[in-house]
Write a protein that binds this ligand. Structure first.
Ligand code: NDP
Length: 283
């Protein structure tokens, strides 16, 4: 039987529509969520990401502020901007778009963001909160993956989940969220001995490797839910970590690339921003 194609674009649009209604209600109570984004330098990908975030804010009714700084900006200036946003009560969420120019220490910038405004969920405080299951902000791509599984009624509790990749922004946090949702979780990486033997046991397989078409049909358990986080730019265009054409013949459900996990990241960022505004207002 052909796999269910998990439509991240649709789920993302549904979440944005839900948030739009919530924001309208908040505004009627005098609460206007606001996201501030700093863009340092000329990275073309970053410009696209920031534009997408601004468009999502506009659609939902979230106020957005963008500060565009030259590539030569000093670390002190970025830290000063972050500090001014930390102090500004009208700003609920702060993002400093990655990657940053070489002279700026990304980790120091991240540490400088008020954890109550860290809508990316990358501040060590929020990472710790995620670990103990007390998150205010779950990082966006991992929480987007969980949301996709839930909205497609894919049973997480009791399932065998295998995550390929152990990065701090995807692999580790999604493994932790799967665990909080009562999956039995295994994390694989480049030193895993027999990867295919591990992935073939997965009811839920998360591919966050960064290698095009790395997960092939023979590595997938028949009927498994396969979530492809990969976003690899190849000559043929954007390509996931899963060999979609073969995998969809074996999987029970699968995310395409593009149109799967990608659109969820911004939707969850918007949700975190609304959450920050509510928390700041004591709701
Ligand atoms: P990283 O490069 O930080 O991590 C890749 C992980 O894959 C590492 O843990 C690495 O293992 C593991 N890996 C590499 N080679 C192998 C192998 N041969 N066998 C098993 N594991 C292997 O990547 P990210 O987590 O940041 O991103 C992963 C992918 O997801 C990328 O394509 C990225 O573009 C995409 N992405 C998509 C997002 C979205 O919104 N859709 C958001 C973020 C990322 P080891 O630790 O041992 O080196």
């Amino acid at each position: 039987m052909a796999a269910t194609i998990i439509d991240g674009k649709k789920v993302s649009a549904d979440i944005k529509a839900e948030l739009k209604m919530e924001v309208a209600q908040l505004k009627s109570r005098g609460i206007e969520p606001c996201l501030a984004v700093a863009l340092v330098g000329d990275d073309p990908g970053s410009h696209i990401y920031v534009r997408n975030k601004e468009e999502a804010c506009a659609l939902i009714g979230i106020r957005s502020i963008k500060e565009q700084l030259p590539a030569s900006t000093s670390q002190e200036d970025v830290l000063a901007l972050v500090e001014s946003w930390n102090q500004d009560k009208a700003i609920d969420g702060i993002l400093v778009q990655s990657p940053l120019p070489k002279q700026i220490d990304e980790h120091r910038v991240l540490l400088a963001i008020d954890s109550a405004k860290d809508v990316d969920g990358w501040h060590p405080f929020n990472v710790g909160q995620l670990m103990i299951g007390e998150s205010i902000f779950e990082s966006c791509t991992p929480s987007g993956i969980i949301e996709l599984l839930k909205r497609y009624d894919i049973e997480i509790a009791g399932s065998q989940a295998v995550v390929v990749g152990r990065s701090n922004i995807v692999g580790k946090p999604v493994a932790m969220l799967l665990l909080h949702n009562n999956a039995t979780v295994e994390i694989c990486h480049s030193k895993t001995r027999d990867l295919a033997a591990e992935t073939r046991r997965a009811d839920i397989l998360i591919a966050a490797v960064g290698k095009p078409k790395f997960i092939t049909a023979d590595m997938i358990k028949p009927g498994a839910a396969v979530i492809d986080v990969g976003m690899n730019r190849t000559e043929a265009g954007l390509c996931g970590d899963v060999d979609f054409a073969g995998a969809k013949e074996v999987a029970g459900a699968i995310t395409p690339v593009p149109g799967g996990v990608g659109p969820m990241t911004i939707a969850m960022l918007m949700r975190n921003t609304v959450q920050a505004a509510k928390a700041a207002a004591g709701i």
